[in-house]
Design a protein around this ligand. Sequence first.
Ligand code: AHR
Length: 509
Amino acid sequence: MSNAVVPAIINVDVEGPLISRHLYGHFAEHLGRCIYGGFYVGEDSDLPNAGGIRLDVVEALRALNIPNLRWPGGCFADEYHWMDGIGPKDQRPAMVNTHWGNVEENNHFGTHEFMALCELLGAEPYISGNVGSGTVKEMSDWVEYLTRDGDSPMVRLRKANGREEPWQLRFWGLGNEAWGCGGNMTAQHYADEARRYGTYCRDHGDNRLYRIAAGANTDDYAWTETLMKTLGDLGCAYRPQPFYQALSLHYYTIPGTWQDKGDATVFGTDDYYATMVKAARIDELLTGHSNVMDCYDPGKTVGLVLDEWGTWWNVEPGTNPGFLYQQNTLRDALVAGLHFDVFHRHSDRLVMANIAQTVNVLQAMILTDPDSGALVLTPTYHVFEMNKGHHDAASLRVDIPSGVPTRQVGEQTLATVSVSASRKDGKVLVSLSNLDAAEPVDVELDLRGGTVTGARSRILTAEKLQSHNTPETPDAVAPRAHEQVTATATGLRVHLPAHSFVTVEARLA
Ligand code: AHR
């Protein structure tokens, strides 16, 4: 029996908004083994390191062209006092990480270590300042310490700690989840605080901060509206405001309940489809928050930053519940692929997105063994790698005139085929997902406005949705060349096996 054929039209000569590379951003919190053991092992470690930073992790992330890294939280950001994390390590005061496992934080990984990590990665730093338990002066001093040149109290302190030149720093978060762990504030109270904190986070010299206000959770559109209103009258011609230039949004894919989120590797087909329905909701949410922002800012000058997204499962059995360590299967990879298709379609408003989190926490790129230190790349890592051609490419609209195949999941309808495309350097990159757990499908790409001279395709799939990588089987889910792509009179026909993610790079004449 032949499988379904879905026609998809792409006008390769009609370029849409640029897909910022920052949609492929990352997040590293002082949480569980993300920083300690994940990124940072200390200078005395047997693992190859530079100033304590794991070089195998750096190498793996550089291969993704990691564009930015958010730090130090998350919830941790609003109880972090940056001055405790500078100077000689043996003199740095310790603290208790009350959000994450009640463990002691020795502050050995601080500002200098984070900025060194970003330099090694070639990634832009994104620092979240402390609004919840900090002060305006503390945040303002941190910005001065990082970005001011010449001579000033904070500059002298930085120089005394071994850094002569200021760093270039753009992305600055004004707290995190102010509606919850970041201070349990009301929307209006926080919005006023964001204006105040944003005001004193100065642009020193030629450094220009891009201040990101702590935005809404999921579908809290009222929060977004309050932040937009409080930004003030943007008028017809946008007058740059000094307080905040963007708002964030957090959305996690949690198919179960908050108490029982579901298992990362032991799940059935129904659980899988429920997950995909939850993941697909990101489109509704980005549309909703963008619509609210459009009312106040039709020129789209204020950015939307989804600085926490990804799957959230029950922790792996036997691990600290406060460490949020979870495995990562082909299902997680398909969630990522689906998110990126949606991100590409929203690239007129969505300027950044950060998966939570990069190493050993939630939907990670990399898992490291706590005993041997062995590093494993997750299926999600491979989606980031396969999609990196979309970074800073022009988005291309994909039309599916017959409509996409769907599946009924309870009362929800899940589109089981997802496609997005972009153009850069004379090449078109098309990402395609078949979310159906059992049925293959063919997508016939009708590429109009250009002549295809060649194509290269890769596929990420596995026998089972539950397949995942371990130190013993590191390549159980890994990309391979995909041969089932054939030329047609108008473009390319791409075969998508059940539960697969495929990229096709087509060269144009
Ligand atoms: O990523 C884990 C936590 O999820 C973050 O610290 C917090 O911002 C969110 O609730």
